[in-house]
Design a protein around this ligand. Structure first.
Ligand code: TRP
Ligand code: ZN
Length: 487
């Protein structure tokens, strides 16, 4: 939170709530219609409940302002209207969550949008906006473990998130053709109020009203589409919880193709006009899914597909069940395998802290190699990957060695070394453990941490337990030194 707001809240609210004069909770708070979400129970009535100011960050080592403390979100219900001519978004976001401390106020992340009102159970709440933080003040303490819903009405022209620590631009990209939302570690706060950290996953229910000549695409399942004379409302729901940065949006001329169900997974792609989408022979997701299910365990979600954008994006992003590809990379099988593997590593298992990024990128990069090994009988990981990169460092090339992947720092979060070196480590570990034990450990890691956040300690322990060996030094050498470990 911004110091001035924090100071104001600390002085005015703490005095209100904590001084003996306000022992009667019913007198506390200025709202005429006290919210039922605030506990009014008789046993608390006579007590002084000391509330805390919800933290403006969730405690991430690299991005201290991402996420917030004191509550967990279960669902975002976003009702949006887009005017493409004015590039103007009007939103009403209802955030369903649960307090995990006694809250005087809580924060949401929101960047560059104007907040019109904030309410809880039809009562308006006081709020402050400063930089990328929206502070919502409760009329009286929101007791720990209370389910609440807060509605934020807001509007503006969304854009990119202004945060000097981010490695790349992220947020809401406007173009002449339409809109694309993409970014890691964040894009959500550019267009809706959010607890913007992968630690706090939630369901998304998104409805968008826009002119009928445009399509609206986001993750999950299209549950309804209705039109009047000029505009169409599209509504999507996610079946599983997802980290906010894994939510994407695309607006433009998109059509849904290749709808089919395979192994109870609905495969569908959203392809923008003008994109040459690869044929099924060239993009064989079925084969990829079968290979990865065998290696990692069942595909964790109910649908998958590609959002193919008519632009040379220069990247792909593993947005949940709908990976983003530009037309430049959509035909690249290795990157297809990478983004698919992220559905297990990064999406089903999320990060607890952005400094642990190697857990996502190392595993997705190694998965590319596993895929190549399975589909090409002549492919040799040892030579083409492991020895190849070792020999590059022998020759003095160090892009895959530094920065140290275990702690690359925020602005170097997606350095090559964060991708390649942990993948080399995984291969070295596989060589040491042998295939049966290695893949058994990998599947156990998915079973243990799927649907949760993982930590490097949890990952390493899973392999240690199976190998019956202390692997601390092994991982120390592979992730935290300035050179590759000696062969
Ligand atoms: N996670 C993405 C991948 O591995 C790459 C990525 C990192 C990215 N940061 C991004 C993509 C920001 C788009 C925007 O494929
Ligand atoms: Zn990746």
């Amino acid at each position: 939170m911004i110091p001035s707001v924090r100071k104001y809240l600390t002085i005015s609210l703490l005095l209100l709530f904590i001084t003996p004069a306000c022992g009667q909770r019913s007198q506390v708070g200025q709202s005429e219609t006290p919210s039922p979400a605030v506990s009014q129970s008789a046993d608390l009535d006579k007590e002084t409940v000391i509330g805390e100011i919800g933290n403006p960050g969730v405690g991430d080592r690299y991005f201290p302002m991402l996420g917030n403390g004191g509550y967990d979100v279960t669902e975002y219900d976003l009702q949006l209207t887009w005017d493409p001519n004015l590039r103007f978004l009007s939103g009403s976001a209802t955030i369903y969550g649960t307090s995990n401390i006694n809250l005087l106020s809580l924060n949401l992340d929101l960047s560059g949008m104007k907040v019109l009102s904030v309410s809880m159970d039809d009562a308006n709440l006081q709020f402050f906006v400063e930089e990328n933080e929206l502070t919502v003040v409760f009329p009286s303490v929101l007791i720990k473990n209370t389910d609440f819903s807060i509605t934020v009405d807001y509007e503006g022209t969304p854009g990119l998130i202004n945060d000097s620590l981010f490695p790349f631009e992220g947020g809401w990209f406007n173009s002449a053709r339409g809109v694309l939302v993409a970014g890691e570690p964040s894009s959500s706060q550019a267009w809706h109020p959010v607890n913007d950290h992968p630690k706090d996953r939630a369901h998304f229910n998104i409805s968008m009203t826009l002119p009928s000549d445009l399509s609206f695409v986001t993750n999950g399942v299209l549950v309804s589409k209705s039109s009047d004379a000029k505009s169409t409302t599209w509504e999507y729901e996610t079946e599983h919880e997802q980290a906010p940065y894994l939510t994407t949006i695309a607006i433009g001329k998109f059509s849904q193709t290749f709808e089919q169900t395979f192994d109870e997974i609905q495969i569908r792609h959203w392809v923008e006009e003008g994109v040459q989408f690869p044929s099924q022979e060239n993009l064989n997701l079925e084969t990829m899914i079968i290979i990865f299910e065998e290696l990692f365990g069942p595909y964790p979600f109910g649908d998958y597909g590609i959002l193919a954008v008519n632009e040379n994006l220069g990247y792909a992003l593993e947005t949940q069940t709908l990976s983003i590809f530009g037309k430049d990379l959509v035909g690249n099988q290795q990157i297809q395998a990478h983004e698919l593997a992220h559905q297990w590593f990064g999406n089903f298992i999320t990060l607890d802290d952005w400094s642990d990024i190697w857990l996502n990128e190392g595993l997705a990069t190694y998965a590319e190699q596993l895929y190549l090994e399975k589909v090409n009988p002549n492919y040799n990981i040892d030579e083409s990957f492991f020895e190849y990169y070792y020999s590059l460092s022998d020759q003095g090339y160090e892009f895959h060695v530094k920065p140290r992947p275990g702690d690359p720092g925020p602005t170097a979060l997606f350095s090559s070394s964060v991708y390649i070196r942990p993948a080399m480590a995984l291969h070295a570990l596989r060589l040491e453990m042998g295939d049966p034990l290695f893949f058994q450990s990998l599947r156990e890691y998915v079973r243990t941490f799927g649907g949760k956040s993982a930590t490097p300690e949890g990952f390493i322990e899973t392999f240690e337990d199976n190998a019956n060996k202390d692997l601390e030094l092994f991982f120390q050498q592979w992730l935290f030194e300035d050179q590759l470990p000696p062969r």
